[in-house]
Design a protein around this ligand. Structure first.
Ligand code: CU
Length: 144
């Protein structure tokens, strides 16, 4: 039971902080939502789709597991001034359809944030989130 023991291990490490189940409501005043799918392209090929996104501060990035292989989001190379805390190493999504949401707030400095799926980095499962201010007056700056 590989999957069972993986769950146990994750629980043991206290990493199962899943944003999961709840789907954020998209309203007129709500944040812009960008979805990145975690895709099993074959038994040995996994990918984030789209791999490279550009977002404004205040955007909600939603990772969605579309297959049956567990994936996560681990930030590797981030711009100076970024302070991700626990978000640096995200939880593993285990169930098809499960989501993990990241609010692009002030903990993400402007610039390109490179991330990988920890177990599948060597198989090319990586992506980037480029944070770019599309709002020169700074209205969105303080949205969390
Ligand atoms: Cu993966």
């Amino acid at each position: 039971m590989i999957r069972f023991s993986l769950v146990g291990a994750l629980l043991g490490l206290g990493l199962l902080v899943l944003a999961g189940e709840t789907k954020a409501q998209e309203s007129v005043d709500g944040p812009q939502i960008v979805t990145v799918r975690m895709v099993d392209k074959s038994a040995t090929e996994y990918a984030f789709e789209p791999a490279d996104i550009t977002v404004a501060p205040g955007t909600l990035v939603r990772f969605e597991l579309t297959g049956s292989i567990p994936h996560n989001v681990e930030f590797k190379d981030v711009p100076p001034g970024t302070d991700l805390g626990d978000v640096r190493f995200g939880p593993f999504l285990l169930t098809k359809g499960q989501t993990y949401e990241l609010m692009i707030d002030e903990s993400f400095a402007m610039g390109t944030h490179e991330y990988v799926c920890t177990p599948h980095e060597m198989m090319g499962m990586k992506g980037t989130i480029t944070v770019q201010n599309s709002d020169p007056e700074g209205r969105l700056e303080r949205i969390r």
